[in-house]
Design a protein around this ligand. Structure first.
Ligand code: BG6
Length: 488
């Protein structure tokens, strides 16, 4: 278990805290992973007392599908760990109150004044809070460790991400900063490393000699879900590509790290991100495709187009789909394209990384030669499958593609929520699954040209795909003509 600590959640009554964070903390606590000397201080701008906050948290836990079933009496015990303070994040007062809370926690359970500050707020507050904590000495580690967890989005482009990093580093050392990308908390994303670097048979094939191309897909059937305020500003490039998909790419393409630790792994991720051929504005047309969903039918029900969603501009240029071709200029991957795609209102929710191998060099059987595919299904139906050709029973030599399938549920265990894994790691001081400053910087560099071209150029012809279909036709041209997106 981590050392005695206080978890301080800024934005504790917000959506993310209610739906994901609080259930994750409760689950960890109930499993005995947080030790007994642990408490939570919710911080908000809303005037509330401890009792009201406790009620709020218990209701949130009872109302979330992500909450583990409480053992009898556990909700009441968990309630005792909760405190609340409020104030203006740009003043000093609220930080002085936090300091008092840390002192109280120390009185209650002894030990040092360790604190994890979790910023689950709108991004405009990251800087004021980081500064405020710094100003009042709360980033100082002389009385206990102090760590800062920052939710996404980390900046809205390269310049703002750099400014935010600089602002944070005025008070915090990089080793104290934990940037969240919840995809890294997914079991099956970590399994990618386990399979690549815990087995001898895959790595020899993992290169330009054998791999034809790689496809990384994160498709979602959901639409906007009432998030116009955020999404109209963000769009799919900031919402999914710069962070989640770039992370999946980096883990798939990186070299084997020398050790399974934070610096070794993050060094390798940065190295491969640096090897990706730049996409300046002028190249965007040939390597990236954007889309926005129009009205359509999903599961037999009519759904509105993006522009008809509440609070979306009637002629909104915001993309909800992106496909991009990455070329990696290093010895391992020269000439092997990585195709990344993600979008909303596609036929189904599925995240997958597919390594598509080259065709056999010579066909000695009738019929065409197929490419073998090793597919990592990140979610749902988590698992790994290998597609290859086999003889079908009968007198003739007829081949057909078959699949060897490992299902993660064979372990019989329920998959943990990514937030519980990441929270526990941050409490333990393990930054392996948190993107480092230079990683975030390189990921922004890679998408900068795309953002510039799409946000500075002429208005797109949207909508260009129907809800419930696999995105715009131009995406097929991007991957074609002799390759196809996998039908998932
Ligand atoms: C979030 C995005 O980061 O990831 C959402 O803001 C998206 O738009 C979500 O739906 C997808 O996450 P998951 O874990 O459901 O695949």
């Amino acid at each position: 278990a981590p050392e005695p600590a206080t978890l301080v959640i800024f934005g504790a009554t917000g959506d993310l805290a209610r739906r994901k964070l609080l259930p994750a903390v409760f689950g960890l606590w109930q499993d005995g992973l947080l030790g007994s000397a642990f408490n939570i201080v919710g911080i908000g701008r809303q005037d509330m007392n401890d009792e009201q906050f406790k009620d709020f948290v218990i209701q949130a836990l009872e109302g979330s599908k992500e909450t583990d079933t409480p053992q009898p009496g556990n909700l009441e015990k968990f309630r005792e760990l909760l405190y609340y303070e409020f104030g203006d994040f740009s003043g000093d007062e609220v930080y002085a109150l936090i300091d008092k809370e840390l002192a109280r926690a120390q009185d209650d359970h002894g030990g040092r004044k360790n604190a994890l500050f979790y910023l689950s707020t709108p991004p405009s507050l990251f800087e004021p809070i980081s500064n405020g904590l710094g100003r009042l000495g709360l980033a100082d580690e002389s009385e206990g460790w102090r760590r800062l967890v920052i939710e996404k989005p980390f900046g809205r482009d390269l310049d703002s991400a750099r400014e935010l990093n600089d602002a944070i580093h005025k008070s915090w050392d990089e080793s104290q900063v934990y940037r969240i990308d919840h995809y890294l908390g997914k079991e099956t994303v970590q399994n990618l490393m386990a399979i690549r670097f815990g087995n001898a048979i895959f790595e020899p094939l993992w290169n330009r000699g054998y791999v034809d191309h790689v496809q990384i897909t994160a498709s979602e059937d959901l639409g906007l879900e009432g998030r116009a305020g955020y999404y109209e500003e963000a769009g799919v490039v900031r919402d999914m590509l710069q962070n989640h998909l770039m992370q999946l790419f980096a883990l798939t393409a990186m070299e084997a790290p020398a050790a399974f630790d934070a610096e070794a792994i993050r060094d390798e991720k940065v190295k491969v991100l640096r090897a990706v051929r730049e996409i300046p504005r002028g190249r965007v047309k040939s390597v990236a495709v954007r889309g926005q969903y129009g009205p359509g039918t999903m599961d037999g029900a009519k759904v509105p187009g993006y522009r008809q969603e509440p609070n979306v501009r009637p002629a909104s240029p915001t993309p909800t789909y992106v496909a991009v071709k990455l070329e990696v200029d290093n010895w391992r991957w020269q000439g092997v394209p990585f195709f990344l795609r993600t979008g909303k209102r596609l036929p189904k929710k599925v995240t997958e990384i597919a390594v598509v191998f080259k065709r056999p060099p010579l066909g000695i059987f009738p019929g065409g030669l197929e490419r073998n595919v090793l597919a990592f299904r990140i979610q749902p139906d988590e698992g790994v499958s290998l597609k290859f050709s086999s003889k079908t029973p009968g007198q003739e030599m007829v081949l057909r593609e078959v699949v060897m399938d490992f299902r993660y549920d064979a372990f019989g265990a329920q998959l943990e929520s990514p937030y519980s894994r990441l929270l526990l790691d941050a409490l333990l001081g393990d930054a392996t699954l948190f993107p480092r400053e230079d990683e975030v910087d390189h990921a922004w560099q890679l998408v900068s040209g795309i953002l510039e071209a799409w946000e500075g150029g002429s208005a797109p012809e949207f909508p260009n795909y129907t809800s419930g279909t696999w995105g715009p036709d131009a995406a097929d041209e991007l991957i074609g003509p002799d390759r196809r997106w996998r039908r998932l």
